[in-house]
Design a protein around this ligand. Sequence first.
Ligand code: G6P
Length: 607
Amino acid sequence: MCGIVGIIGKTAVSRQIVESLRRLEYRGYDSAGIATLEGGVILRRRAPGKLNNLDAVLSERPLSGHVGIGHTRWATHGRPNEVNAHPHATTRVAVVHNGIIENFRELREEAAAKGARMESETDTEVVAHLVTQALEEGKSPKEAVAATLKRLRGAFALAFLFSGENDLLIGARRGPPLAVGYGEGEMFLGSDAIALAPLTNRISYLEEGDWVILTHAGAVFFDENDQPVQRAITLSQISGNLIDKGNYRHFMAKEIHEQPEVVSHTLSHYLDLTTGTIAPASLEAVDFKKLSRLAISACGTAFYAGLVGRYWFERYARLPVDIDIASEFRYREAPLDPGGLALMISQSGETADTLATLRYCRSAGLKIGAIVNVPSSTMARESDVIFKTHAGTEIGVASTKAFTCQLAALAALSLAAGKARGVIDPAEEHDLVKALMEVPRLMAETLKIEPQIERLAKSLAKASDVLYLGRGTSFPIALEGALKLKEISYIHAEGYAAGELKHGPIALIDETMPVVVVAPYDHLFEKTVSNMQEVAARGGRVILITDAQGAKEAGDVYASIIVPTAHSFISPLIYAIPIQLMAYHTAVVMGTDVDQPRSLAKSVTVE
Ligand code: G6P
């Protein structure tokens, strides 16, 4: 998604703006631009593609202004070319924008009727024209922005730079996040604290509907009714060295390898590791005993974590779960249980569809819980109960460590629910908590299979389609495996419940088709093996991910990847690793942009 940066500096700001934009690269983008004031005049530099292209333009035609705004654009309205790249500007104002202005067509017509000439296809440009027309009517920059904001429908974060105003930036937020950073005689705006980390750790977040006036002297906040408000300054913990990949070639590889540590960190917040029981805080967070249903909603990888969670809550807590993708949930008009609990799962805590579902569930009278990785996110702030994942900042667009931390939190919460509802007794609690406590060690052991997967990836990279199969909790892992592969290698992949094979996908199977089967040796293993044999009988190449006993029982397959034997409760956490490594190494063989795959965004802040 788009990234926003704004700086009122003491010296030339263009270099700092580009460096801050670099820290927002993880969000995904396809063009970039910057505007500063030179002698009070707005000058812009923009370029399609990655920031290096913008860098090249700036080397040829530098900008030396002390106040400026910058943007990385993830195209929604119009192609990622120079004309559509932000900032959009008139002679009076330049604007950068994250999100969507829903009523831009009617506003464009209206502005055009008053003489505005649009250059781009974007929904953003009209904002610059509306502000300009208000300035021409004699309004001040502050009044012009306040009047324009009232005309806009949709979800957006905006930053404005005004000609002739060397000591002014205005930011606004309705939907996507925007943060203000405080420096020494300098002020900053950024999509998040990561963008601002090398510049300052003193941050205030705009609340929903807020707008803010920045000058060298500081920040003045207004709420959605234009009333002055105070917003607290917090000290961000994010390190300025965040961009460091360590010894890894990609952030994704680093993040896959961090999993034993971050999962252990996450579990330690939900379990009492000394006594091997569920931590009292997990039990007290929600009155699980009173719940008659749980409604889970999320997008992408977080949704697959929720699917695994459904199996756990239903099995270990006998708690019925409604689950749907967030973009469908609120349109299903499902009868919801006022007084019940809705659980949102999100790495970023900003995904537009999940956030809209959160608000929908709240208006239906449900209590809101959120499993989020970013504690300062909108979802965290709008929830009654926050269940944090402690994955640390995830930079790779394709989620890996956040996924397994979501699984860890869901696993622990399902046990808390089971205990509170009297479904699991102390002996089972002990047994299951012990299994969870073994996850970090088993994950570390599982990572040792990497060289084998690296070799296998060479043949996987030649496939044009790959099928993933699994049963029970391995079914969502199969779905996640297919998602990971298609996201970063661009090879078409489908995940299926193994039992559905005969209802369609079997027609696709021939000797060119690799079929990845996720099958720990558990109570469902035999049934999955039958499906595997159906694949083999049609010449399909089975890549079996299993444990030692599974490999022994399965017979001949094209390749088997053997992971450590684990309690069936925790197998999704372990089997997530080989499917991540498989996607990662296949993408490396294919030579794709692993950390920033084409067209994908880390945090999807539009519906
Ligand atoms: C995007 C990302 C995915 C992520 C999904 C949900 O599609 O590319 O990796 O799973 O959004 O994001 P969230 O931040 O809500 O977990």
